[in-house]
Design a binder for this molecule. Structure first.
Ligand SMILES: Cc1cc2nc3c(=O)[nH]c(=O)nc-3n(C[C@H](O)[C@H](O)[C@H](O)COP(=O)(O)OP(=O)(O)OC[C@H]3O[C@@H](n4cnc5c(N)ncnc54)[C@H](O)[C@@H]3O)c2cc1C
Length: 341
């Protein structure tokens, strides 16, 4: 299948709900069609954006060149033994539906990543993570189309260079690989990961001592729904900034000045600060500009209030970064990608 649209409206294909028009939008689900589209991209020297669910992108009103979306479906068990299984998923599968399907199949490890918007193909790009689990924890390998060598390649976990909200695809070789299929190594035995405070508190309150896989899945969905706006109703891209990592010396200085500072030990000698707390303390929670604002239940989430656009949102983001820098001397890095840059 190839679906080729000139002057495509991408308003419903970005979770901020911005009015966006693309010069051309091309959706493919076979390698032959992908190659056909890429030949045109190369021949015409079009700029190229790969688009999944559009939930980690701040799109400007006009996207020149081409937008390619991989719509490959399919969830297949490749290897299956008593304790584990390797599952292969098409890049076009919706992430949350995939997590739900794994539960039905009795395969475990990704429950804490329920309800993250977007497609499987984009999930390795920023090594999605939530509630104490990252994609890398269950990642096996992937198949991607390498634009440099014009062939399908297999990349294992080490090749992908996963880090905190980072991977080969995001920072080292952006634009080189088009992720086609992702393989996960999952367990047939469920072992809850309740290391994240909000999750353990949830079960403590319910007096549940040994939650099952469905309990954890439901808890994650419930907590997320209580804290994060649903993009269908209020446009957003989830966390707008990464949690900054600082050296121990800076952490100790900040802790002395701000005893309530929210931070977690990271790699030896460094700490991860809660960006939401910094933004909240700088007075931004619930802030409303004309068309965009800061979500009133979670300061880390910037929202499209009413016909906002990238210019208004990036202006607000810059003001937040400046004021956090002024108050804490901490630099906030944006999590979503701005396109065109
Ligand atoms: C309400 C909300 C909550 C969120 N919560 C979380 C969270 O808890 N944790 C978290 O990590 N993220 C979270 N996110 C961010 C987002 O959902 C994830 O980053 C998700 O993986 C993006 O998927 P997508 O398909 O929408 O990607 P897109 O936004 O379409 O693309 C993201 C990036 O991936 C690239 N890309 C897309 N498809 C491919 C492909 N096939 N091959 C190569 N590159 C590709 C794009 O070019 C772009 O650079 C949240 C977002 C929202 C709106």
């Amino acid at each position: 299948m190839i679906n080729w649209i000139e002057n495509a409206d991408l308003s419903s294909r970005n979770s901020l709900g911005f009015q966006v028009s693309a010069e051309r939008f091309i959706e493919v689900d076979t390698v032959e069609h992908l190659e056909l589209a890429l030949n045109d991209v190369q021949h015409n020297q079009w700029s190229l954006l790969l688009l999944g669910g559009g939930s980690n992108l701040v799109l400007k009103p006009f996207i020149p060149g081409a937008v390619i979306s991989v719509n490959l479906q399919g969830i297949n068990i490749l290897v299956d033994d008593e304790s584990s299984a390797i599952v292969e998923v098409g890049a076009g599968v919706n992430w949350h539906q995939f997590v739900g399907r794994l539960l039905e199949m009795g395969l475990h490890g990704l429950e804490n990543l329920a309800l993250i918007p977007g497609n499987v193909g984009a999930a390795p790009v920023q090594n999605i993570g939530a509630y104490g689990v990252e994609l890398a924890d269950c990642f096996h390998s992937l198949t991607a189309y390498d634009r440099k060598t014009a062939e399908l390649v297999q990349l294992n976990k080490d090749d992908c260079c996963f880090g905190y909200r980072d991977s080969l695809f995001k920072s080292r070789e952006p634009g080189r690989y088009i992720i086609w299929q992702v393989r996960f190594l999952l367990s047939t035995v469920f072992s809850p990961n309740l290391g994240y405070r909000a999750l353990s508190d949830y079960f403590d309150q319910q007096a549940v001592t040994a939650p099952g896989a469905y309990d954890v899945y439901r808890a994650v969905c419930e907590i997320r729904q209580s804290k994060l706006p649903t993009p269908d109703k209020i446009g957003n891209v989830g966390s707008f900034f990464e949690n900054p990592i600082v050296q121990e010396e800076q952490y100790l200085q900040l802790k002395q000045r701000f005893p309530n500072l929210v931070a977690y030990p990271d790699a030896p000698g460094s700490y991860k600060l809660a960006a939401g707390w910094l933004i909240d303390q700088a007075g931004w929670k619930g802030h409303k500009a004309a068309s965009v604002g800061v979500y009133d239940k979670q300061a880390l989430v910037l929202v499209n209030l009413d016909k906002g656009d990238s210019e208004a949102l990036l202006g607000l983001a810059k003001s937040i970064q400046d004021s956090v820098m002024e108050k804490f001397s901490v630099s906030l890095k944006m999590e979503p990608r701005v396109y065109p840059a």
